[in-house]
Design a protein around this ligand. Structure first.
Ligand code: WTA
Length: 639
């Protein structure tokens, strides 16, 4: 299979982009023509960004797994679909060819069906990075159920919140997960979550670590036992359930500026077309190559560029169970050499953490198979970009800096490897179908080049967020109401003299810690749950490895005893409420917070102090008690 919609020159990119904006329906209908449909669409696009209401390929019928699996069987049934590298390098890797993956997905689709899962049901998946996670995701899609994958770093409380919000009656998990030297007891976390989710009817548990687990009669079943039943029935095929183009494919929870994560909903057809299109074009994928995306499938990057994008394109996708620094900081490079990886797609935080180990771990690693390297998740600083270019790409691999979001489903702004120009720390140019614009605070468009503003998108691309689960109004207010008629990304950006975009980071109260999105309000809510805490305010500060660190200002009712111990207690509380990924890096006890007369916390000032700025704190005259600022600034924590 080659890709008729693969762009191979800068001129072609310019022409395709222009056409995609002038005639989106013609453009996307041509791309979509290369997919497998049970029924073609009646209308390519109808939309408004007011409600919002966006429909792509209306009237079309399909199942995304027929595009990711069935249609490849004839031509590439014996080609690896998934290459799996286990946590422990001493253990054997696994290979699932397209035929084997198809077989396993059908088997597990039967398991889901036998356990009562039907089209439209929500299924929560909480597993480590093993091939069965991909199998579970695809099996949900095959039966038409809506999957909601939850990253292994979230706590029982976070899982319960998500299960309740989605009213998910089914859970797929593992006994445990291996991550580096750690063994995470996933099933036991699920058990804690289920205490407050009595509506969950079934939990299916895959054996990975063989840690002892409690299995509740009538609710919990073993994956392996259920598979046996399907085998005894002679492993019948599982015909994919026919879906409507706009039927939801999955929910993925992400943080916003309010205290509660939102369930971002993606639909079937548009998401399928866009992830495939961007995969093939951004990475310039060539059939037969090995694509290694280091993200976890618990995040959107794993959904789009480990599972759906690559498999839709008939690619070989490498899945890694472990972490980049275990058993040593050369693990990624060993994997690249061992599996002859051609495309490596990772996050700036991973690059920075590996940079900190120096060049030793790169010695003796050839990396000769690499052709394209990429980053995602946060702005990449120039130092990390150059290190990646020089020591990983060995100056012969284009770096793709891909900007996008959970809500956008696929890459929005990025260079295309070797086809369009790259520039350090710049995501550069929009993908075909994407029309970015910058606006000022008042919502006026900022025109011309060499300017900055808040990044918006003018019209829909096929994988734009459709709604936030169970609360459409929230989707509207979050993304479509700040600047009426536009999708607002929450990011700030510069557009340089050449029209290349550089994303500068969030302009709302969302932090990006090691590429993980965390809302300050969520962290504050969690801190405030700790006994003795009266009030708190959380801001980000620059962190060498994580990109941003979490800085918390906390007012205690009474502070008894050891401050350090209280800090640890607060951190543990956050870990319990949200998960270890949201633990504050620095906690400063304060007696007051800078508030305006109307009671609003002036975060601008807190941010400056956290960043180490003590002199130019800007205008503090509107503060109720300007004295509080001096006290906070004196007590700043810098370790
Ligand atoms: C940030 C991850 C700069 C941005 C796919 C965005 C980036 C948020 C880049 C989305 C990049 C992502 N350069 N910033 N190349 N990629 N971001 O939803 O702030 O986990 O809004 O999706 O990450 O994070 P999310």
């Amino acid at each position: 299979m080659s890709y008729p919609y693969q762009i191979t020159s800068l001129e072609a990119y310019r022409a395709e982009w222009r056409r995609s904006i002038d005639d989106p329906e013609g453009f996307w209908s041509d791309v979509a023509g290369h997919f497998t449909w049970r029924r073609r669409w009646d209308k390519v696009l109808s939309w408004n960004f007011t409600d919002p209401d966006v429909r792509w390929f209306e009237g079309a019928r399909l199942n995304i797994t027929e595009n990711c699996l069935d249609r490849h069987l004839e031509e590439r049934g014996d080609q690896p679909a998934i290459l799996w590298e286990p946590n422990d390098p001493q253990d054997a890797p696994r290979v699932l060819t397209y035929r084997q993956l198809h077989f396993k997905v059908c088997q597990f689709a039967h398991v889901l069906h036998n356990n009562g899962v039907r089209k439209g049901d929500r299924v929560c998946i909480y597993m480590g990075m093993i091939p069965e996670l991909a199998v579970a995701v695809l099996a949900c899609a095959r039966v038409g159920a809506i999957h909601s994958v939850i990253f292994g770093g979230f706590s029982a409380q976070s899982i319960a919140d998500r299960l309740q919000d989605a009213h998910a009656e089914y859970v797929i998990t593992c006994d445990g997960a291996f991550r580096g030297a750690k063994d995470i007891p996933l099933k036991s976390v699920i058990d804690d979550a289920l205490v407050s989710c009595p509506f969950v009817k079934r939990t299916i548990v895959f054996t990975r670590t063989r840690t002892p687990v409690s299995m509740i009669k009538g609710r919990d079943v073993w994956w392996e036992d259920e598979i046996h039943k399907v085998e005894s029935a002679g492993n019948p095929p599982f015909p994919a359930v026919e879906m409507d183009a706009e039927d939801p494919l999955f929910i993925l929870y992400t943080s916003g500026s309010t205290g509660k994560p939102k369930g971002v909903v993606h639909s079937s057809a548009g998401y399928m077309v866009y992830t495939n299109y961007t995969f093939v074009n951004v990475f310039q994928y060539r059939p037969g190559e090995v694509h290694f995306c280091t993200a976890d499938i618990g995040w959107i990057t794993g959904h789009s560029y480990i599972v759906y994008g690559p498999l839709g394109a008939g690619a070989t996708s490498l899945m890694f169970e472990g972490v980049p620094t275990w058993p040593d900081a050369g693990r990624f490079w060993d994997i690249v050499d061992k599996h002859r990886v051609n495309i490596l797609y990772t996050a700036p935080t991973a690059i920075r953490s590996l940079m900190a180990y120096g060049l030793g771990p790169l010695q003796g690693r050839s990396l000769e198979t690499l052709r394209v390297i990429g980053t995602v998740g946060e702005p990449i600083n120039e130092e990390a970009w150059h290190w990646y270019d020089e020591h990983v790409g060995r100056r012969r691999c284009p770096i793709v800096d891909t900007w996008w979001q959970t809500e956008t489903g696929g890459v929005m702004i990025s260079n295309m490897a070797g086809v369009t120009p790259s520039k350090p720390s710049h995501a550069t140019l929009p993908m075909p179908g994407v029309e970015p614009l910058l606006v000022d605070e008042a919502g006026r468009e900022v025109v011309g080049n060499g300017v900055s503003g808040n990044l918006c998108i003018r019209s829909p691309w096929p994988s734009v967020i459709r709604t936030t689960y169970g609360d459409h109004e929230r989707c509207r207010t979050n993304y479509f109401s700040t600047y009426p008629g536009l999708y607002f990304t929450g990011d700030g950006a510069l557009r340089d003299e050449n029209g290349y975009y550089r994303i500068t980071g969030r302009v709302d109260d969302v932090l990006n810690v090691s590429g993980h999105r965390i809302g300050t309000a969520e962290v504050e809510n969690a801190i405030n749950m700790h006994a003795g805490v009266v009030e708190s305010a959380v801001v980000g500060y620059p962190h060498d490895i994580k990109g941003q660190g979490i800085y918390a200002y906390v007012i205690m009712g009474e502070l008894h005893g050891d401050e350090e111990l209280t800090r640890r207690d607060i951190a543990l509380t956050v870990s319990r409420v949200i998960g270890p990924i949201a633990k504050p890096d620095r906690i400063q006890f304060v007696t007051g917070l800078p508030k305006t007369r109307s009671g609003k916390i002036m975060r601008r000032i807190l941010r400056k102090i956290a960043e180490g700025e003590t002199q130019n704190l800007g205008d503090t005259t509107t503060l109720l008690d300007p004295g509080v600022v001096q006290d906070i600034s004196k007590g700043r924590i810098n370790r």
